[in-house]
Write a protein that binds this ligand. Structure first.
Ligand code: NAD
Length: 369
């Protein structure tokens, strides 16, 4: 079995669902899923696994050494896949401490618990064991319009409290390999999108706000470029790296889909215009509202994923066009998931972040609920 941390969040939950779905067709390998259930963790995403004996959910903190050591001793996983993190850049600007607590201290404690367990394993299991650390392209900093995409050799230049805390965690993982021999691999992925994405992030926020007749807040000039990857392609890359990644190596994961934010928003609006047209015949684009840019907002990220393609034969299955269509369709078909996730706490935060800066769009009819 494997231990997944942060498996009730966006990517972790997609990973667990895909992992267990693959298992039913081939060898079913069980998952112990350790998640603290912060605002970003959502057990409803995993509701289809209720009664599935191959999935054991445990609510807890990766920084709780006693709990993690007990879980490792009890379940004897052959691998740990670490998704657990505070992940939202805007939140890291308002409150960086949680990011240091989980992403730095939590990763450190997790590494120490795992090292203690790994040291008890017989030689063959010790050699086969893997600790896969899931990280981000944001550790590399920002690119100019003409810079080549980030490779694994780019130096780390994190610019936000989020990316700095992720960079620190990557360094700890690397050091635990070089110092203690822990068999680690790290993946650095570009922006993900797809089902079960918490609606504070760009794509789901645009879909949800558009349907609610609200503003579509776009930071600055909307020309910040991100490299987008459909979440299930990220999950398939993690499975490849877990199976055959070289110890101590890092692998960039990306979809060669560089897009300015405003193009993403326009694409979402065009898909909604087609799939859920407004009663008054107007376009959702009319709800776009530019808001003050985020401080220190990185201009461009782009990932060169050729190492992963060359060495492990991984390629994304979705193009941006196919992935974004699936995503919009998923949100339209899962309005209940969205409304359940919109707790009071979530709404307060989004209001604090955006509504103070933007005004209601002129002449916008309320979209269907
Ligand atoms: N979302 C992206 O576009 C993206 C891209 C590249 C890499 N990543 C990385 O992938 C990982 C997962 O990202 P995500 O978008 O799914 O994040 P998310 O915020 O949706 O999920 C994080 C999960 O971790 C859990 N968690 C937080 N602190 C914890 C702790 N101390 N102990 C145990 N669980 C804890 C939360 O409850 C939540 O379920 C993160 O490490 C992130 O840095 C994300």
């Amino acid at each position: 079995m494997i231990l997944v941390t942060g498996g009730a969040g966006f990517i972790g939950a997609n990973f667990v669902l895909d992992w267990l779905a693959q298992g039913t067709a081939g060898s079913a390998e069980a998952v112990v899923n350790l998640d603290k259930l912060t605002y970003a963790g959502n057990l409803e995403t995993l509701s289809s696994l209720q009664g599935n004996a191959s999935h054991v959910f445990v609510q807890g903190d990766i920084g709780d050494s006693a709990l993690v050591s007990r879980l490792l001793a009890e379940h004897k996983p052959r691998a740990v896949v670490n998704f657990a993190a505070e992940s939202h850049v805007d939140r890291s600007i308002h409150g960086p401490e949680d990011f240091v607590q989980t992403n730095v201290l939590g990763t450190f404690r997790l590494l120490e618990s795992v090292r203690g367990y790994w040291n008890t394993l017989p030689a063959d299991e010790k050699a086969a064991f893997r600790f896969l650390h899931v990280s981000t392209d944001e550790v590399y900093g920002s690119l100019s319009a003409t810079d080549p995409a980030f490779t694994e050799d780019n130096k780390y230049e994190p610019n936000s409290p989020y990316s700095a805390s992720k960079a620190a965690s990557d360094h700890l993982v690397r050091a635990w390999h070089h110092t203690y021999g822990l068999p680690v691999v790290t993946t650095n992925c570009s922006n993900n999108y797809g089902p079960y994405h918490f609606p504070e992030k760009l794509i789901p926020l645009m879909i949800v706000n558009a349907l609610a007749g609200k503003n579509l807040p776009v930071y600055g000039d909307g020309m910040q470029v991100r490299d987008w990857l459909y979440v299930k392609d990220h999950c398939s890359a993690i499975r490849r790296v877990l199976a055959d990644g070289k110890l101590g190596e890092t692998y960039n994961v990306g979809g060669w889909n560089e897009k300015p934010n405003i193009e993403i928003v326009n694409t979402v609006c065009a898909l909604l215009d087609e799939l859920r047209p407004k009663a008054d015949g107007k376009s959702y684009r009319e709800q776009i509202s530019y808001v003050t840019d985020r401080p220190g907002h990185d201009r461009r990220y782009a990932i060169d994923a050729r190492k992963l393609e060359r060495e492990l034969g991984w390629k994304p299955a979705e193009t941006f066009d196919s992935g974004i269509r699936k995503t919009v369709e998923w949100y339209l078909a899962n309005a209940q998931w969205v409304s359940n996730v919109q707790s009071g706490a979530y709404r307060e935060w989004v209001e604090k972040q955006y509504d103070a800066e933007s005004t209601e769009p002129a002449g916008t009819a309320k979209a269907p609920a």
